[in-house]
Design a protein around this ligand. Structure first.
Ligand code: NAP
Length: 296
């Protein structure tokens, strides 16, 4: 339990279901003030209703589509008008496409990279003044061990000559590349903000079949929903939500910068994720795609 003096304001993206919802539920139970975001108003309101009964903390809903630059900018303007301080942003919203057909957002960006990496990059930028107003703002990117080379399935391969996979699209590669890009944003942000009060870190929540089941169909759905959760390598929804909460607010890691966590301890991310030139290059690309001057 958290007393009111240590209660944090935490914004969790994509919190209408899955890990975001569970993380929000646990934060509220501990008395934190949680701002949940959802792209769909009806789903957001339903989540808000069940979260409101979850604990002592205050919960509010904001509509935010992470695949739309205009939605993120509009949210940032609304938020900044209020001049609020924000202690933590948890970039949880994410997609893992199954279809072999490449999808683009209304901004013309490949959807997985847009939602999982470009959106969080822009959202961090618009929330930056608010994070600086907090005593020790935290940025938490939800990445994945799947960014590691050799992880199951189609391998990670980020080509700066084809960052949006126009030539060689594969949904699994798009996902892994986006989670590598998340780490680049985290590490570049941590480097550039070293002299500020804001810290940036990333987390892998573990393999959570029950939520991953939402992205698949047929027999795979059955496996994910009912069989995989029994596997020793699977993580429960409760543990994964707890691990996000720990990275977001636990005092034991206050001041940590540029770390990659999993199961509440530090894990080594791939050598490529630690390539400072690539991290800077990705942030330059993200800025360009968002129509910004270089940031951070
Ligand atoms: N589950 C795992 O095994 C696993 C492992 C490693 C990493 N992760 C990462 O953990 C995070 C949460 O995963 P999860 O398993 O909880 O996924 P999930 O159950 O599929 O939930 C994803 C959430 O993100 C939201 N979302 C998707 N696209 C969005 C957009 N354009 N704008 C706003 N919200 C959007 C979804 O909203 P809608 O309801 O509107 O679709 C939903 O609330 C993701 O970043 C995922 O990549 C998951």
């Amino acid at each position: 339990m958290t007393d009111t003096s240590t209660s944090q304001s935490v914004l969790v993206t994509g919190a209408n279901r899955g890990l975001g919802f569970e993380c929000a539920r646990q934060l509220l139970a501990d008395g934190h003030h949680v701002i949940v975001t959802a792209r769909d108003a009806a789903k957001g309101k339903a989540a808000l209703a069940s979260l409101s009964a979850a604990g002592r903390g205050r919960v509010e809903l904001q509509l935010l589509d992470m695949a739309s630059l205009a939605s993120i900018r509009a949210f940032g303007e609304r938020w900044e008008k209020e001049g609020r301080a924000l202690d933590v942003v948890v970039h949880n919203a994410g997609v893992m496409q199954q279809s072999p057909t490449r999808r683009v957002t209304g901004d013309g960006l490949e959807e997985t990279l847009a939602t999982n990496a470009i959106g969080p990059y822009l959202l961090t930028k618009v929330l930056w003044p608010s994070l600086l107003r907090a005593p020790a703002g935290r940025v938490l990117m939800v990445s994945s061990r799947l960014h590691l080379p050799g992880s199951r399935g189609e391998s990670v391969r980020f080509d700066f000559d084809d960052p949006q996979l126009e030539r060689d699209y594969h949904p699994e590669r798009a996902y892994k590349n986006s989670k590598l890009a998340c780490l680049w944003v985290t590490y570049e942000l941590a480097r550039r903000s070293a002299a500020t009060s804001v810290t940036a870190n990333a987390v892998c929540p573990g393999f959570v079949p029950v939520t991953a089941a939402e992205s698949v169909r047929g027999f795979m759905w059955f496996m994910m929903k009912y069989l995989m959760p029994l596997a020793p390598f699977a993580t429960s929804l409760k543990d994964a939500g707890g691990s996000l909460k720990w990275c977001a607010v636990d005092p034991s890691i206050a001041g940590a910068r540029a770390k990659f966590f999993a199961e509440k301890r530090e894990l080594e991310s791939s050598p490529e994720s630690r390539d400072a030139d690539k991290a800077a290059r990705f942030c330059e690309l993200a800025a360009k795609l968002c129509g910004l001057d270089a940031w951070p």
